[in-house]
Design a protein around this ligand. Structure first.
Ligand SMILES: CC(C)(COP(=O)(O)OP(=O)(O)OC[C@H]1O[C@@H](n2cnc3c(N)ncnc32)[C@H](O)[C@@H]1OP(=O)(O)O)[C@@H](O)C(=O)NCCC(=O)NCCS
Length: 152
């Protein structure tokens, strides 16, 4: 199959019981951040009715943060994570984000390489103390070039 052929990326408009059942099954056994009342948007990748990938972007203490990126093993390496990340960056930019953040272990090279291409840089968030080994945060500054890219 071609890269992500037939895969549709959609913002989750209805966080209803049916979606929640799919969500729980999809992330079974993995830690999931409960967002409570934090402003957020889930983005899902569907192959027909099947959930192939899922992710979220939320806003906490004024900071837009991407989280929960997961693609089913049989759908990996077809550009789905990239498209979910593009969609989340676009959403944040459209909603006025000046920066987009995510946290990731140093060992997760796939995610890091999948996100660095967007222009993320490793930083220690203000107010925290980090060493090179403990800083796991990456920041994308929303520049005019990022804004142009998000409009494509
Ligand atoms: C990380 C993950 C989301 C990537 O999903 P994916 O849909 O396979 O990623 P994509 O196909 O969009 O690939 C994005 C980039 O990573 C690269 N990549 C993906 N899988 C790779 C692998 N196994 N080895 C090397 N590079 C890889 C791709 O080549 C692509 O780079 P490019 O844009 O330079 O071509 C997926 O592997 C996953 O769900 N892993 C387990 C959960 C996880 O680690 N989540 C992130 C938590 S921070």
């Amino acid at each position: 199959m071609g890269p992500a052929a037939g895969i549709e990326i959609r913002k989750v408009e209805n966080e209803d019981a049916e979606w929640r059942r799919g969500f729980d099954a999809f992330y079974a056994g993995r830690p999931v951040k409960e967002l409570g009342r934090l402003p957020h948007a889930y983005f899902a990748a569907y192959a027909g009715d099947e959930l192939a990938g899922h992710s979220v972007i939320y806003r906490a203490r004024g900071r837009w943060v991407m989280d929960g990126l997961l693609v089913k093993p049989e759908f990996r390496e077809r550009g789905i994570a990239k498209r979910l990340t593009e969609a989340r960056i676009r959403y944040a930019v459209e909603n006025g984000a000046k920066e987009v953040w995510y946290a990731c272990d140093d060992g997760n090279l796939v995610t890091i390489c999948c996100h660095l291409r967007f222009g993320f840089e490793k930083v220690c968030p203000g107010g925290r103390r980090c060493t090179a080994a403990t800083a796991h945060w990456y920041r994308l500054k929303v520049t005019p070039a990022v804004r142009r890219g998000a409009r494509k």
